[in-house]
Design a binder for this molecule. Structure first.
Ligand SMILES: Nc1ncnc2c1ncn2[C@@H]1O[C@H](COP(=O)(O)OP(=O)(O)OP(=O)(O)O)[C@@H](O)[C@H]1O
Ligand SMILES: O=P(O)(O)OC[C@H]1O[C@](O)(CO)[C@@H](O)[C@@H]1O
Ligand SMILES: [Mg+2]
Length: 473
């Protein structure tokens, strides 16, 4: 595995505090590249729409809440079809790969890249790389056609299969070069985008006319800059079913406790949003907001209090929660998956055991605890309607960008508008739940204590500032 790319940021400054963080373009290292009229101008569907093409000077602002005296913030290039493209239709040989964990909407993204290339740009050569990054050099490939992807958007998973690890940059780029591929569409999470970044670096170093486009997917919502990652909405919706079940079980028995563990290795977005959406949850625990079990005002005391008040309670715990020293014992510190991600032991099981032990030990109350772990169920399902449309737009934006010659970018919505974001802006830092207004809404909705000491509050505030700096805000 290589480290992230070292591309120098392409910053364009103008009057009035204008700062564009542009994405690389093939012309940056292939200055004589010819351009062609975009075939969309003759497409009966698109030619009737006013202003279908984006202006090359259209930008999207990262910061939309500004202060009178504060800097205006960074701009990104607006995504969309351009009047001129850098590829002729019959010269395009595209490939698509899916990497990392599953996520609802992967098949939509694959299908829409294929159909978009065929339908909008009259491309006829699209290759599916099977089994993630290692598939470039060790697996089969499959020819993708509009017919072969016809109804895959209705299915969960990825028809191309996926994997962790196996990112061998040189072998991957050799394979791209040997096969004559000139557009690479890479669908995956934060790790995948890091991998895409180093592939782009190597392609640029070799001076190849190959556009590399990243399409972000991940249920954890841990990619910075973009508003929200695709698949997240579906995962939150599916998590409701587990929370409902926990609630029904808990309220139907004396002193019932339902514990639901939701995915989120480093970030607690699924847990936080699923809790806010449900309103049946009494307590939500996420990474970044430490809690302790024993002691005044701590978790076990709160559970006892809530049971006395309501007779039942529901706890949602993100899988990455409980990483502070108090619960250090449950962490498998030395273990990593093939991609280098930290492997955790089951915080839900650990917590359930601790709660049960506590109430058995002090004999004050007989509790009935049910532990529900819907882990893979929330990501192995087909995408919902909104993620389907979202993935369609991501795929189309990626195609338009690659056809226009942009490269080394991830596409995604920034304040509601799709933009091209240079890889390095999203690979350096991970998106985590900042204990800000949304977290305050959650605390107020569940009426749980924050479990934070004054030192924790200080640390959280510092963490929030650092995270904002990391996100470039
Ligand atoms: N720093 C890196 N450099 C090169 N490749 C990387 C890097 N980090 C991760 N990768 C590769 O990216 C692929 C996916 O990474 P990972 O397993 O972390 O999933 P992800 O894309 O973050 O998705 P998710 O976390 O949502 O499951 C793997 O094949 C991994 O080898
Ligand atoms: O078991 P796997 O496939 O490695 O996936 C588990 C991980 O996937 C994620 O959902 C990211 O896709 C993490 O939250 C979780 O830790
Ligand atoms: Mg990841």
């Amino acid at each position: 595995m290589c480290s992230e790319g070292k591309t120098t940021p392409k910053i364009v400054r103008g009057e009035g505090g204008y700062v564009l963080e542009d994405v690389p373009h093939l012309i940056d290292y292939l200055p004589d590249l010819p351009t062609y009229p975009n075939p969309l101008q003759d497409n009966p569907a698109y030619s009737v729409v006013n202003q279908y093409f984006v202006d090359v000077n259209d930008n999207v602002a990262q910061k939309i809440v500004v202060h009178k005296s504060s800097p205006r913030g960074m701009l990104f290039r607006r995504a969309g079809p351009h009047q001129r493209v850098c590829f002729e239709s019959d010269e395009v040989h595209a490939c698509i790969v899916t990497c990392g964990g599953l996520c609802p909407g992967l098949n939509t993204a694959i299908g829409e890249i294929v159909c978009g290339l065929y339908g909008m740009y009259v491309v006829r050569k699209v290759l599916g790389i099977e089994g993630g990054y290692r598939g470039f050099y060790s697996s089969n490939t499959t020819n993708l056609t509009q017919k072969s992807v016809n109804d895959i958007h209705k299915r969960g998973g990825t028809i191309l299969c996926t994997s962790r690890g196996g990112h061998d940059t040189l072998k991957i780029v050799d394979s791209i070069e040997d096969r004559g591929i000139n557009q690479v569409y890479i669908i995956g999470g934060d790790g995948t985008q890091k991998g895409a970044s180093v592939i782009f670096e190597e392609i640029q170093r070799r001076g190849l006319k190959v556009a590399v486009a990243g399409i972000p997917k991940m249920i954890d919502n841990d990619i910075v800059v973009i508003d929200q990652s695709s698949g997240f909405d579906t995962a939150v919706e599916e998590a409701q079913r587990a929370i409902n079940a926990a609630h029904v079980e808990a309220e139907s028995i004396e002193n019932g406790i339902g514990v639901v563990k939701l995915m989120g290795r480093y970030s607690g977005f699924i847990a936080m949003y699923a809790t806010l959406a449900s309103r049946d949850v009494d307590c939500c625990l996420i990474p970044g907001s430490p809690f302790r079990l024993e002691g005044k005002g701590e978790l076990l005391e709160f559970i006892e209090k809530r049971l006395k008040e309501n007779g039942h309670m529901v706890i949602v715990v993100a899988e990455g929660a409980g990483q502070d020293p108090t619960v250090e014992s449950m962490r498998s510190v030395d273990h990593q998956d093939a991609s280098g991600n930290k492997l955790l032991l089951d915080v839900g099981l650990w917590l359930s055991q601790k709660i049960t032990d506590h109430f058995t030990r002090n004999k004050k109350m007989h509790i009935n605890l049910k532990y529900i772990d819907p882990t893979y169920m929330i990501r192995a399902i087909p995408r919902n309607a909104s993620d389907n449309i979202y993935c369609t737009l991501l795929a189309h934006s990626a195609i338009h960008g690659a056809m226009a010659g942009y490269t080394g970018f991830t596409v995604g919505p920034v304040n509601g508008r799709h933009a091209y974001i240079p890889f390095h802006r999203i690979t350096g830092v991970q998106n985590v739940v900042v204990t800000d207004r949304m977290w305050a809404r959650l605390l107020s909705s569940t009426n749980q204590p924050s479990f934070l000491s004054s030192k924790d509050v200080e640390d959280a505030k510092k963490g929030a500032t650092d995270a904002a700096v990391g996100r470039g805000e």
